[in-house]
Design a protein around this ligand. Structure first.
Ligand code: SAM
Length: 313
């Protein structure tokens, strides 16, 4: 929402907080079949993709998100060859996956217009990754794609929007989605999903952690910091046999060297290891949720937070 001239007010994750960003120029705005798409040139974070009035990614700090979404799982795997990305229409995750010597990346994005708008206005984020011959880009619903279980992958990355309001992305947090993801993993494979702010939507972080525990034995939630998302952000990664929190630093460093991964501005083997060391309150919140079998209500910011979460169980 642009008001008072050139300010964007993000649709809040919690009713009692408002985030406003000064805007230089509105580069694009259209309602697609699935959602409202806008690309704004913001003063603080540069060009940003906004879906249904919620900021999705921004030029200046997208690396804090995309490097931590992609590299921990990709480097925990000894040799990922086939990768699936669900969502990720801005191309930032795709770009990082293609830094690895993969054979093929299948990307299942529901909205062709998001990709077209980002392709034109956000080259600093996708880095022309959409032109890579290893890409198999499909415009379809990720939930339906997984339900069909067409093939298996070494790494699956779910980069969907927040499950808030009328988004086509809520299904990507539904319990039934995770059985399909687990069935589509090759031996040694890993699945990782963006699991929201552990401060503003902790119930979603916990719910996804629990859903993945129902279908895979190794489940780890880890953190990054994304200022344009208002701070801390979480990811949850899971596998049958590969524990990303246990990979030795020198093994991670060697794999980065062998694969020529040398452009990181956030990720490093030390950051990888540290990201899995959760602050005490968050570790306890997840442990209590696991003991209860549902998201606990003992988070320090309760009860204000979680209020806007769509029911995804
Ligand atoms: N990093 C962002 C975040 O954390 O909120 C997500 C960014 S990415 C742009 C989200 C993408 O998921 C969008 O391009 C959206 O169109 C896509 N998407 C939403 N629902 C989907 C679905 N059911 N299947 C596949 N893609 C979907």
């Amino acid at each position: 929402m642009i008001d008072g001239g050139l300010w964007h007010t993000d649709d809040p994750e919690v009713p009692s907080q408002r985030v406003m960003l000064q805007v230089r120029e509105e580069l694009y705005r259209r309602r697609s079949q699935f959602q409202e798409i806008a690309i704004l040139d913001t003063v603080l974070f540069g060009r940003a993709l906004i879906l249904n009035n919620i900021l999705q990614t921004a030029e200046r700090d997208e690396f804090c998100y995309h490097e931590m979404l992609v590299h921990p799982a990709m480097l925990a795997h000894p040799a990922p060859r086939r990768v699936l990305i669900i969502g990720g229409g801005d191309g930032g995750a795709l770009r990082r996956v293609l830094e690895h010597p993969v054979e093929r990346v299948t990307m299942v994005e529901i909205d062709r217009e998001v990709v077209e708008a980002c392709r034109e206005h956000l080259p600093a984020i996708h880095g022309n990754a959409f032109d890579d011959p290893r890409l198999d880009l499909r415009f379809e619903d990720g939930f339906a794609y997984v339900e069909a279980r067409p093939e298996k992958f070494d790494v699956i990355i779910v980069d969907g929007p927040d499950p808030i309001g009328p988004t086509p992305g809520t299904v990507l947090f539904a319990r039934d989605f995770y059985r399909g993801l687990a069935d589509m993993l090759e031996d040694g494979g890993l699945v990782v999903q963006q699991t929201e702010s552990p401060m503003l939507l902790p119930a979603q972080t916990a719910a996804t952690h629990l859903h993945l525990r129902d279908v895979l034995p190794i489940v780890r939630t880890y953190l990054t910091h994304v200022q344009s998302y208002d701070g801390w952000w979480s990811f949850t990664v899971a596998s049958r046999t590969t524990d990303p929190a246990a990979v030795e630093l020198d093994v991670l460093a060697q794999r980065m060297r062998e694969r020529g991964i040398d452009q990181c501005r956030y990720y490093s083997p030390e950051v990888h290891r540290g990201a899995f060391e959760l602050p005490v309150f968050l570790r306890r919140y997840l442990e209590e949720s696991i003991a209860l079998g549902r998201p606990a209500d003992t988070h320090p910011l309760m009860p204000e937070v979680n209020a806007r979460l769509a029911q995804t169980s």
